[in-house]
Design a protein around this ligand. Sequence first.
Ligand code: UT7
Length: 329
Amino acid sequence: MAITKAAITAVAGFVPEDVLTNFDLEKMVETNDEWIVSRTGIKQRHIVKDPKKATSDMVVSSIQKLVEKTGLDLDTVDMIIVGTVTGDYPFPDTANIVAHKVGAKNAFGYDINAACSGFIFSLFTAAQFIETGFYKKILVCGADQMSSILNYEDRNTCILFGDGAGVVLLEPKTDGTGIFDAILKGDGAGCELLHMKAGGSMNPATLETVANKEHYAHQEGRQVFKAAIVGMADSIQELLDKNNMDVNEIDWLIPHQANKRIMLGVADKLDYPHEKVLINIEKYGNTTAGTIPLCLRDFEHKFKKGDTIVLTAFGGGFTWGSILVKWAY
Ligand code: UT7
């Protein structure tokens, strides 16, 4: 009997209209375009300016684009998972808000909070529901409105991140395509190096936490940089070893877009050609859970049925890992 795998059968994404360039940031903090481009590869990022919009709205726009592209009947969607650290509210979860807004009335869902690994963790979670035959259609979303948790007086973080969302449709396939394997990891010791200090049960919001600017993302960049290269490269190697594969069998590598130097560092550690590493960080910056689905959207035209694609991510938690995909279309 043919083995059922969960396959990505469509992709779409959305970034808000407003653009924040490096030159704009030069007027806000002590930085410059040359430093940002040479240290990160980022030239601009898209930012939600409308105070009435939140992460769910970017996800909704992504799903609407997917529906326009594919004609998907949202009544047939079983489940919606949203990878995000910037949900509309601490609770309820954004996935339910999204299901309501798009009118996916038969779908249940929830959010996965795994920072920059949010999309790959969500994707592999969703794949289990498809492989077991429990569900047939799942929308897996990665989205973050990072501008809502950035201190635009802190040059260590505000130059790095942007807002954006992406979505994939996951369906069963028995033709040798789909999600084949994953190595997923976590290490809570990383919490102190990348976190938002207040707003949770450890430090609930008070006038003091607001005055101390503790409701913003905090990152020890240099330490995260090193851990990200090692984490992504090692998880890719483990995935390859587990599947008796050589790195050259990967047709496309899609890393989480945190820093161009990190992505090329991962490639160098694996002796993998730079031209097969798909990079769009120059346009969007780091959209946290949004980066990988936005890459799938931007580079979809390059993929052929049967291509071997590895998705890899590293982020807050620490969380990290890699997924092995055989492209389905
Ligand atoms: O996926 C998880 C999410 N995040 C990441 O993966 C990000 C990981 N980290 C990084 O991408 C990099 O560490 C950064 C881009 C944040 C920083 O790059 P770096 O090459 O590690 O720079 P650095 O922190 O070592 O700083 C080098 C210099 C310092 O000056 P001195 O001490 O050499 O005089 C910084 O003060 O650059 C200075 N600097 C800046 N200069 C201009 C730091 N930020 C800026 C800035 N503009 N925005």
